[in-house]
Design a protein around this ligand. Structure first.
Ligand code: UT7
Length: 314
């Protein structure tokens, strides 16, 4: 029997209309545009409108990806949503999205791995497709981080933004997704969390930063080694957009020039599970990726969780 692979056939993205700039934040907490930009590379982020829900953003990104794929919602036989900020405890955001799109019967579920959520969801959908369990999967990363940010904590409120990114994965006879690698270590839970009974992010930023740089360096090496590739054979790095200094450190370890790294952090901030699919969508729409180029996606987040995906574009 011929092997089945999964392949990204379309992307979609959605960013809320309202933009919150560093200048706006200067009015809210003791900070400055210069400090934020120098330490994070962020100038602005998008914030959901009052009443705008996580599922609204997911739907916008999903509809764009479906239209680009030339598929109807009824064609989907798997829906996975990566989010840490669902509108309700249940039903899952994936089920709410399924109803919005008008798909009935496909399995639909959420994955919660914070900023690594999209990579976890992609790895899961890839396994469904490879094993013959699905032919067309919708994978969405969406976050309303503004709902769980402590707007009085200057160490965290400057970092996060809202948005959604989506991909359609379809079965094919060649990769597509070459390999995925996902990990977690719950021993680090205390460094980045919404503590039990609370609703706001608490983060030891500098400690998170250091583990993120080390761990992302390891995951990209693991991915290259698993596929016997050298960094020179990677065409694009599509990293989680948490902090430009973390992105630069990972690119540096790979010896990749920043021209081959997709960065959206300046205008998106950290949109957690939405950051990688939004970066993918933005770069794809700009025409950055050529057919069959190799892309390396990576992310790191609360848990800690981390992961990567190596794929061929188009
Ligand atoms: O998605 C994965 C999850 N999150 C991350 O990856 C975030 C990882 N961490 C970071 O990106 C960085 O640690 C931050 C951007 C959050 C902070 O940068 P840092 O270089 O690690 O700064 P720091 O926390 O060591 O703080 C340095 C100083 C402190 O003042 P003192 O103690 O030196 O007087 C902070 O109080 O900067 C101060 N500070 C600020 N100053 C102006 C912290 N936040 C701000 C601020 N404006 N917004």
């Amino acid at each position: 029997m011929k092997p089945i692979y999964s392949r990204i056939v379309a992307t979609g993205g959605y960013l809320p209309e309202r933009i919150l700039s560093n200048r706006d934040l200067e009015q809210m907490v003791e900070t400055s545009d210069a400090w934020i930009f120098a330490r994070t590379g962020i100038r602005s982020r998008h914030i959901a409108a009052p009443g705008e829900k996580t599922v609204d953003m997911a739907e916008a990104a999903a509809r764009q990806a479906l239209a680009d794929a030339g598929l109807n919602a009824a064609d989907l036989d798997l829906i996975i949503v990566a989010t840490t900020t669902p509108d309700q405890i249940f039903p899952s955001t994936a089920c709410l999205l399924q109803a919005r799109l008008g798909n009935r019967g496909a399995p639909a579920f959420d994955i919660q791995a914070v900023c690594t959520g999209f990579i976890y969801a992609l790895a899961t959908a890839d396994r469904f497709i490879r094993s013959g369990g699905a032919r067309h999967a919708l994978v969405v990363g969406v976050e309303s981080m503004s709902h769980i940010v402590d707007w009085t904590d200057r160490g965290t409120c400057i970092l996060f933004g809202d948005g959604a990114g989506a991909v359609v994965l379809s079965a094919g006879d060649q990769p597509g997704i070459i390999s995925t690698h996902i990990h977690a270590d719950g021993a680090y839970a205390d460094l980045l969390q919404v503590p039990g009974g609370e609703t706001r992010i608490a983060m030891q930023g500098n400690a998170v930063f250091r583990v993120a740089v080390r761990t992302l360096g390891e995951i990209v090496q693991e991915t290259l080694a698993a596929n016997a590739l050298t960094p020179a054979e990677i065409d694009w790095l599509v990293p989680h957009q948490a902090n430009i200094r973390i992105i630069e450190a990972t690119a540096d370890k790979l010896g990749l020039p920043m021209e081959r790294v997709v960065t959206t952090v300046e205008h998106h901030g950290n949109t957690s599970a939405a950051s990688v699919p939004l970066a993918l969508d933005e770069a794809a729409r700009r025409g950055c990726f050529q057919p069959r180029q190799r892309l390396l996606l990576e992310a790191f987040g609360g848990g800690f969780t981390w992961g990567s995906a190596l794929l061929r574009w188009g």
